[in-house]
Design a protein around this ligand. Structure first.
Ligand code: PEP
Length: 259
């Protein structure tokens, strides 16, 4: 078994971040089997070029966090905007941290859509994640009709302006650009779409942050081993947020190898 002996503070040198979002899939035994398969397939090349992150359903985090080797990070898929109290069903950032998480995905388009999460709520959650020592992966991305009507830069620009909390730095925040029309659809944004949007995002970060060039910007949306190499060769693409393909160890590792 290869152990990725890296430390989260070694983010610099811009290792690609390869993040799997398992969403609401699998029972505990599936989560353990997937963790074992990913662990078994890690090799030195992956460890040297990537930071590997898995984000299981919250209920499986403990089981996964107890199995991953050092250097494979675990994350949540959401956290509460509150610290504790009578908020049935919610999970706090402190609970995620306590279970061994280093990251939390926030503002995923599925939560924006099905849980009506607003930019300001995402910013509050990100601030709570930061306060509890978690790195927030803040998701942004336009819907298909927004791109068709030429509004993609307005939408993503507004999401960035309003979803990043005060105090966001490259050490505590990652941006994931996920065009909604590319998530789980098999449609991938063209290399030019990705290049132009990631450049735009880098520019927006520059307006806001001193050390903007260091903040990772991930691409997400139907990333597969077959298209990963091209995506990773695009300027300002610092990794990927992967849904469907992260549920198969061979595909997830294939994407990491492409980095
Ligand atoms: C996602 O849900 O973040 C995602 C990118 O999904 P998929 O890779 O399946 O498109």
């Amino acid at each position: 078994m290869t152990v990725c002996a890296l430390n989260i503070t070694e983010r610099h040198a811009m290792k690609k971040l390869i993040a799997g979002n398992w969403k609401m899939n699998g029972l505990k035994e599936d989560a353990i089997a997937l963790t074992d398969a990913i662990t078994a397939g890690l090799d030195d090349t992956i460890c040297q070029t990537c930071d590997v992150l898995v984000c299981p359903p919250h209920i499986h985090i403990d089981a996964v966090a107890n199995k991953v080797p050092d250097g494979v990070f675990v994350g949540g898929q959401d956290c509460s905007v509150r610290d504790s109290g009578a908020y049935t069903g919610d999970i706090s950032a402190a609970m995620l941290k306590d279970m061994g998480c280093s990251f939390v995905i926030l503002g995923h388009s599925e939560r924006r859509e099905y849980q009506a999460e607003s930019n300001s709520l995402v910013a509050e959650k990100a601030a709570k994640a930061h306060a509890n020592g978690l790195i927030a992966i803040i998701c942004v991305g336009e819907k298909e009709d927004e791109r068709e009507s030429g509004k993609e830069y307005d939408v993503v620009g507004q999401q960035l302006d309003a979803s990043l909390p005060e105090g966001a730095t490259p050490d505590n925040t990652v941006i994931a650009y996920e065009p909604v029309w590319a998530i789980g659809t098999g449609k991938v944004a063209t290399p030019d779409n990705v290049k132009d949007m990631h450049k735009f995002i880098r520019g927006k970060l520059q307006e806001r942050l001193d050390n903007f060039s260091d903040m990772r910007i991930l691409y997400g949306g139907s990333v597969k081993p077959e298209n990963a190499k091209v995506l990773f060769s695009i300027e300002n693409v610092d990794g990927a947020l992967i849904g469907g393909a992260s549920l198969k160890a061979a595909d997830f590792l294939g994407i990491a190898k492409a980095a």
